[in-house]
Design a protein around this ligand. Structure first.
Ligand SMILES: CC(C)(COP(=O)(O)OP(=O)(O)OC[C@H]1O[C@@H](n2cnc3c(N)ncnc32)[C@H](O)[C@@H]1OP(=O)(O)O)[C@@H](O)C(=O)NCCC(=O)NCCS
Length: 182
């Protein structure tokens, strides 16, 4: 039985374990450090931290954190999805999709208008994300041209894309070129 809910402080160890397991020995340590830092980062707020449970065990996590768009002064509420992880034994069963859908549902309620992501184009396009650069949004650091379509956005309020454009500025913890190499 799959249940998606907001994370609490008590979930922190489980959340970090999910990322370590999902991203593995190559990337796991870096992602765990990123998540740990973001959860305490005042510049990341408001943040949305959601966990997916199966039979009461945390098997997936998604983190959305606030971003601003330069130049300042454009009236828009925006978030970035990063990172998303599902433990290997539960992948391919809709857990990741359920976490994304619940985040988007919460944003519709909260009035978040734009959501960004840097990730697999074939995966995130299923959830409404489209290449962001062509729509007027630059990433905090240049994305290598071969991964241009991995930088994506979707609007939750019709008309925001087109009205707003510029360079995305993320939370301090994420504002490191190492996180933008994809
Ligand atoms: C990517 C990830 C979050 C997907 O979670 P999940 O619960 O397995 O995803 P879902 O069950 O919602 O969706 C599964 C579908 O996505 C597809 N998919 C998974 N990873 C994909 C990828 N890298 N590129 C394209 N499609 C992918 C699967 O093939 C499957 O397709 P199907 O429905 O046609 O069978 C999970 O595989 C994961 O944690 N991977 C390791 C960490 C990672 O790479 N995170 C993403 C960072 S951007």
């Amino acid at each position: 039985m799959l249940n998606v809910r907001f994370a609490t402080a008590d979930d922190r160890t489980s959340i970090l374990a999910v990322h370590a397991a999902a991203f593995g020995s190559l990337q796991g340590a870096e992602i765990v450090k990123l998540v740990d830092g973001l959860l305490d980062d005042a510049t990341a707020r408001p943040l949305y931290s959601l966990v997916a449970e199966v039979d009461g065990n945390v098997v997936g996590h998604v983190l959305f954190t606030a971003v601003r768009i330069q130049p300042e002064g454009q009236q828009v509420s925006a978030q970035i999805l990063a990172p998303l992880a599902v433990v290997p034994g539960q992948q391919g069963r809709g857990v990741g999709g359920a976490l994304i859908h619940e985040g988007l549902r919460q944003f519709a309620v909260a009035g978040v208008e734009l959501v960004f992501v840097l990730g697999y184009p074939d995966y995130y396009s299923r959830f409404g994300f489209r290449p962001a650069r062509a729509l007027g949004f630059a990433a905090p650091y240049p994305i290598p041209i071969e991964h241009d379509d991995a930088w994506m956005v979707q609007e939750l309020t019709p008309g925001v894309i087109g009205r707003v454009r510029g360079t995305v500025q993320c939370a301090d913890t994420m504002n490191d070129p190492r996180h933008w190499r994809e």
